[in-house]
Design a protein around this ligand. Sequence first.
Ligand code: ASP
Length: 303
Amino acid sequence: MEKPDRGLHHLLGIDSLTDRDIESLIERTLELSNGAPASSASVTTANLFFEPSTRTRVSFELAALRLGMRVINIELEKSSATKGESLEDTVATLAAMGVGCLVIRHPQTGRLQQLAENLHAPIRLLNAGDGQGEHPSQALLDAATLAADGLDWSQATIAIVGDIRHSRVAGSNLKLFDRLGAGRLRIAGPEEMLPDPPGIERVEVCHSIEAAVRDADVIMMLRVQRERMDRAGWPDPDQYHRRWGLNPAHLELARPGCRVMHPGPINRGMEIDGAVADSDQSLILDQVRMSVFARMAIFEWLH
Ligand code: ASP
């Protein structure tokens, strides 16, 4: 794989990737998913998650293990973060012990960028989700999943539906799908869950799920990010489902064979019907499968 020639680098967001980086990362993900041998890396990586995670943490761990890397999972509640140590000091400490790579999830938007700007230690940072900012590895694995499924980007209408405002997945995916030349990009969700401004200029903002999914080739559903709202803003799950939940009738409005995606965790009966999530049109588990290969490609690219 072609690697960037710019010394120590990180994966913080989509904007920091060149077109060539994006192309090689997706290409390499697909090669690995088709059984290409992985390169081996004698690097130690650590997972530092300040928010819960199942898919992202486990797939970063599996990806590292498949490359022969050593993996450390830092248990936050047993770490010195509970004694008041700053994130900067934790990172410097891990780097001094020889940890070469740090996968971080943090509730504060932009925290990884800030950390990288003041970093003096030789350690690579991987953004595994920062608040409502970005989740670049999720966007790369989503793009690889669609590429493997044969999506023709220039002809594709992609609709992202749900809590767009608080979603770092939407943040990274809209940027990446735009860079990949998606034909039409739509977002839809309740007024209070729409971003203002919508991030990417050419995004069409739809005010109903029906308008968003009409003739769509890809529908990506997003979870309501309760953890980023105050209690007063939480919608009633049944009401939300009636207005914004994806059901089988919506698939009839989309292009035949339209693909359904969701980064997980899914809330069945809220943003998506169980029957849709489990249908033949769902790529949800394909996304999960691809996540390990995408994260292997990212580790290879970083070293
Ligand atoms: N797992 C994704 C994230 O961490 C999506 C979600 O939690 O809704 O952003």
